[in-house]
Design a binder for this molecule. Structure first.
Ligand code: NOJ
Length: 741
């Protein structure tokens, strides 16, 4: 028995030890290191125009399901110097072979960059980014990116296409799974954490990889939530809500930026000089390189802003795009464009410099095979401390949405009917963008139930994800009738969100809802485990289920993390990073809306509302329950001179019977402004652990920047007047205090 306890403590201990090595990294823009410029210039002076264009070219390999291959044409392109960078190419054998061609068979011997979408883990898969964001645990999120980088760089990679920092206010858009949700302030903090995690202490370390902030800019706001669709909004709105996360990532040191597929204000991002040259380079002083998204330069022909691909390439280079992903446009047309004077040698040289600098920075010229160490590759993948970190973050990402009759935590010895299309599944649980993750390494929910928890589990699938076949219902209902508690895992398949995963409906696919409601009719307590990549609209389940856990897709440690929470080994503390609507008709829906001239009034028809549904969401931003409860005192506010503007204090008490963590959230409202202001905006949070009965005083500091906004004349700053400060455990349940500045 004692041995068991010690064994259970091992992952926690490993995690503790590994976190000790996670030094805080100071945020600062990427700057080329001293001495690099001379080396870059010396190299550049020897390069032909074709070789220069090769450095601005990025191609994918044909990574197939059974293993890596590469089209012979690309190998020739590497050999001739026409392709200087590859993506979708990992594992050291594969990388080593191609790097060898580049450094041994080309004239200039310039090493290749190897990029890949390492989004939420490489081999050890962590929760999808939206799930990680629900942890509100910046240290754990940074650690997740660090582990991903440690594994990915041990597999030959030196560049990740992450973090995606697009703000997502529309759950129909499938890529919300890859971001940090709807809030700009939280999104900025998470963007910084992820950049620090991927890039480590310094570029040049063998476990540091280039981060790539994407998708610049505004990709998260396509009209109707439809993938790749047009983005159009006022500049004020764009700067206030959509741009700050990219800026935060750049200022945290991100070395590269990816353009987006969409147009903004009529100009596609990959040819948008105002965005790239203006905002990114001139306003934010970004010194790394800019890469397009996959063939997004070519797509400017479809956008209808250029007559052909040659002109598309000119628009991109003139806008400030350095590298062409997969389009082959620079490779095919840039020479001709130069001849015609449509682009200049100076522009090409500058783009090449930006790419070469980072190759030097990574230390590839000293050792092009530095990311190809077989011993490291063997040791790093799924290392026990990586799995421990994944389990830790997976538990923290779970959000308890409902818990009636105190059905959770489950009690030892209860007979469980485990039901649902995702209860015994592994492949969907590692989610979309799952790197080199292997479903077989994933702990399914069914496997997470262990005899050690004293549970007796009877499993019946019930139905599949997207079918109309009800033949499994009978067995599921029978299992439920013979059980003490029903646990049912339902949701989406991994490919139902992510890129090109927009949905017009937000309910559970297929007949899953019907199955849940049938089970609820048995009168047994029903615990619904949601596994999905976006907020869902499930009002009937919200009403009828006894308990609901939002678990997103939690990755390799899914089953362990969920049962840790089900049995109370871990008290849930996750909070929603996106609003959950009651109906798709409410979308877009977000907590920081404007008051309007006719704010919602349930008694008056002539106010801003729907006639068939309340304005309020099913579950608001920041919401999440615990097995204990928390109370907040009235906040107190003090004015401060000398830099810090306001100090706010509040007492938070654990009013329940179990130790638990709470995310205390601080919101601000500027009551009267020169332009309309949101009814609240998140400006801080603290995650704290409290013992039963324990009270902690929390102190928040609001600086001038926190209260600044784009005023009527578009200058950024504060305005005197009255502010409302709100603190609470979610965006709706808050205590308020007013202050005049
Ligand atoms: C297209 C996606 O939009 C982008 O996020 C990704 O990095 C590239 N493909 C490369 O896979």
């Amino acid at each position: 028995m004692q041995k068991m306890i010690y064994l259970r403590l091992i992952p926690t201990l490993l995690l503790f030890l590994s976190i000790q090595f996670l030094d805080p990294i100071v945020a600062q823009n990427y700057r080329p290191s001293k001495g690099i410029e001379a080396r870059v210039n010396a190299l550049l002076a020897k390069m032909t125009l074709d070789e220069k264009i090769g450095q601005l070219t990025l191609y994918t390999t044909d990574w197939g399901s059974t293993g890596p291959t590469i089209r012979e044409g690309y190998k020739n392109d590497i050999r001739s110097g026409a392709c200087g960078n590859l993506f979708n190419c990992h594992t050291i054998g594969f990388v080593h072979d191609l790097q060898k061609v580049a450094v041994e068979e080309t004239r200039m011997k310039i090493p290749l960059l190897f990029g890949y979408d390492v989004i939420h883990g490489y081999k050890t898969i962590f929760p999808i980014p939206l799930g990680e964001a629900a942890s509100w645990d910046l240290e754990a999120i940074e650690k997740s990116a660090r582990v991903a980088a440690i594994e990915a760089t041990a597999a030959g990679l030196n560049w990740t296409f992450a973090p995606m920092v697009d703000i997502g206010r529309d759950p129909r858009w499938g890529r919300v799974m890859e971001g940090a949700g709807e809030d700009t302030w939280l999104g900025c903090r998470i963007a910084e954490a992820r950049v620090h995690g991927f890039q480590g202490k310094k570029l040049g370390d063998t476990d540091a990889m280039l981060a790539c902030v994407k998708h610049f800019a505004g990709y998260g706001a396509p009209i109707g939530g439809r993938e790749y669709n047009t983005v159009d909004m006022s500049e004020r709105y764009f700067r206030e809500y959509y741009l700050p996360t990219y800026e935060a990532a750049v200022k945290a040191g991100a070395a590269t930026v990816m353009t987006s597929f969409n147009d903004y204000d009529g100009v596609p991002a990959s040819g948008n000089k105002y965005l790239i040259d203006g905002i990114l380079r001139k306003e934010w002083d970004f010194q790394g390189f800019v890469v397009t998204d996959y063939t997004s330069t070519n797509e400017m022909v479809n956008h209808g802003v250029v007559v052909d691909e040659k002109e598309a390439g000119e628009l991109s280079l003139n806008a400030g795009v350095d590298m062409d992903m997969q389009g082959g446009i620079y490779q095919r047309f840039l020479k001709q464009s130069l001849k015609e004077g449509k682009v200049s040698t100076k522009q090409i040289n500058e783009a090449v410099r930006r790419v070469l600098r980072l190759k030097f920075e990574l230390g590839l010229f000293e050792d092009p095979y530095k990311f190809c160490n077989a011993d490291r590759e063997k040791k790093a993948m799924l290392a026990p401390e990586h799995r421990a970190a994944a389990r830790d973050l997976a538990r923290k990402s779970i959000v308890l949405l409902k818990n009636e009759q105190q059905v959770l935590p489950l009690k030892k010895g209860q007979k469980i009917a485990l039901i649902g299309p995702l209860a015994d599944n592994k492949s969907e649980l590692i989610g979309n963008w799952n790197g080199a993750g292997n479903a077989n390494d994933c702990v399914s929910l069914r496997e997470g139930f262990s005899p050690a928890q004293g549970s007796l589990v009877v499993y019946a699938k019930g139905c599949d994800l997207e079918v109309t076949d009800r033949s499994g219902f009978a067995a599921a209902l029978k299992a439920a009738q013979n059980a003490d508690v029903v646990v049912i895992a339902v949701g989406e398949g991994a490919m139902m969100s992510g890129e090109a995963g927009a949905r017009a409906e937000l309910g559970l696919p297929g007949i899953q809802e019907e199955l849940v409601l049938e089970l609820c009719k048995t009168g047994k307590p029903v615990v619904v485990i949601l596994m999905n990549g976006r907020p869902l609209a499930i009002p009937k389940i919200a009403e009828n289920a006894t308990a609901i856990l939002e678990t997103w897709w939690l990755g390799t440690e899914t089953g362990n993390a969920i049962t840790d929470v089900l049995y109370g080994v871990h008290n849930p503390s996750g909070k929603l990073p996106m609003t959950f609507p009651r109906s798709v008709g409410q979308v877009p829906i977000f907590y920081n809306y404007k008051n309007t001239g006719r704010p919602y009034d349930s008694n008056s028809k002539w106010t801003s509302k729907y006639i068939d549904m309340p304005n309020s969401p099913q579950w608001p931003f920041g919401f999440g329950l615990s097995y204990t409860s928390f109370g907040y005192s009235e906040p107190k506010v003090a004015l401060k001179s000398g830099g810090n503007l306001l100090t706010i204090t509040v007492n938070v008490t654990n009013t329940g019977k179990l130790p638990g963590e709470e995310v205390a959230q601080l919101y601000v409202r500027d009551l009267v402004g020169s332009v309309t202001r949101p009814v609240k905006e998140l400006k801080g949070f603290q995650k704290i652990m409290l013992q039963p009965g324990e009270t902690r005083e929390l102190k928040f500091i609001l600086t001038e920047k926190d209260l600044s906004f784009y005023r009527r004349d578009m200058t950024f700053g504060t305005e005197p007047g009255e502010y409302e400060i709100m603190i609470g455990g979610d965006s709706e349940t808050v205590k308020k205090v007013k202050v005049r500045l």
